[in-house]
Design a protein. Structure first.
Length: 397
């Protein structure tokens, strides 16, 4: 007799199913009635038809809510300042330095090794106005032949010229009468209507003073930066009375006040209440230049600020924006020279470079806000042509 293995397994499975259903129903009743293990009456197991449930759409699990990101207000970007264009007006100048602009005519007077020139911006003409100066040498490392240096107008018709053409203790400050038009022929440097100085050696100045690089007129006085006794760093002052300039008096010892040498650039604040001086510092030391403020009446230092610049050679406030600008000659590395805006915030100065310049010197604004600047430049292949220049940056600074 042969066993049908398939039938045997099927029968066994049916028996096991019946047994499980019986035990499962007993256990279910025990759970419902408490401690009773079962009912004596066996109830017929009802076969429940599986409920047909509509398929559920699973809702995506909600992740823990993250705090909504803060909505940042779009930052308003400051409009970028247009690129500055430096336009050269006059070339072939030998180590030009001081600049002064005549009221009324707008004529630009420039000091260089050989004398003082007049540039007429409207007529585009250049004329030698004052000449016949001797020559002195200035600088450490690179040496430069220099003549007259600082310039400023005392009034519309009188130009103050600081000398640099002689040895210290012999140099002079001269005041010339100039007209609205160029002279037919240049005048000699000794034809000034007034001569101040020299400042000879004394108990105030061991060697006497010279290299009158910066000239500023304000409050009825003339202030002149001097280079002579390096332990003092003098600024000289002339009191003007009834149109006449008084003798030069050593009034502010900037080196003693700041511990940094060489006052060079000088100007007045727009309100005329502060005398602003750039301490150039040592030529062979980088980033030591200071921006300093003095009370012009008392000569007292009110503020001394580090600038990060190396050799401040020019200072000027824009008549339109009242912003302060400086040139850095940068003797240590002239590739870093240029025009900078000096932004003052409390006791901090940020020097923002406007444009690179090749050995820049003085700067001056005209009434319309045009900035004129001089630069020594670098000697080219043509030894007969001087590298110095007068240039302009059109109004906007």
């Amino acid at each position: 007799m042969q066993w049908n293995l398939h039938l045997i397994l099927k029968a066994s499975a049916c028996c096991l199913t019946a047994l499980c259903l019986t035990l499962g129903s007993t256990a279910l009743i025990a759970d419902e009635k408490g401690d009773k293990k079962g009912d004596e009456k066996k109830e017929e197991v009802k076969k429940e038809e599986p409920k047909k449930e509509a398929p559920k759409k699973e809702e995506p699990k909600k992740e823990a809510e993250k705090p909504a990101p803060k909505k940042e207000e779009p930052k308003k970007e400051e409009p970028k300042a247009p690129a500055v264009t430096v336009k050269t007006l006059v070339t072939n100048l030998e180590n030009p330095s001081g600049i002064a602009i005549q009221a009324g005519t707008g004529h630009v007077f420039v000091a260089s090794r050989y004398g003082v020139y007049r540039y007429d911006a409207k007529g585009k003409t250049v004329d030698l106005e004052i000449a016949g100066y001797p020559t002195d040498i200035y600088g450490k490392g690179p040496m430069y032949n220099i003549g007259p240096l600082g310039l400023a107008f005392l009034d519309k018709d009188h130009l103050v010229v600081g000398d640099g053409s002689r040895p210290d203790a012999e140099e002079l400050v001269r005041i010339y009468k100039v007209g609205d038009k160029p002279v037919a022929k240049w005048v000699k440097e000794d034809t000034a209507v007034q001569t101040l100085g020299p400042i000879k050696a004394s108990d105030k100045s061991a060697k006497g003073e010279g290299n009158f690089y910066g000239v500023a007129v304000g409050g009825g006085d003339i202030f002149i930066t001097c280079n002579g006794d390096d332990t003092k760093g003098w600024v000289a002052k002339s009191v003007v009375k009834d149109g006449k300039a008084g003798p030069l008096e050593l009034t502010i010892a900037t080196k003693e006040a700041t511990s940094v040498d060489a006052p060079v650039a000088i100007t007045f604040s727009p309100d005329g209440k502060e005398l602003v001086i750039g301490q150039m510092g040592e030529m062979n030391v980088a980033n030591d230049a200071l921006l300093t403020f003095y009370d012009p009446k008392t000569g007292k230092l009110t503020k001394s600020l580090k600038t990060g610049l190396s050799d401040i050679a020019g200072l000027a406030y824009s008549p339109k924006t009242k912003k302060l600008y400086a040139t850095d000659f940068s003797w240590v590395d002239t590739t870093k020279g240029g025009l900078f805006e000096l932004k003052i915030d409390g006791d901090k100065v940020t020097a923002e470079k406007i444009v690179s310049l090749d050995k820049p010197a003085a700067i001056a604004f005209d009434a319309e806000g045009n900035l004129y600047l001089t630069a020594f430049g670098t000697q080219g292949k043509d030894a007969e042509k001087s590298p110095g220049s007068l240039a302009i940056i059109n109004a906007g600074l």
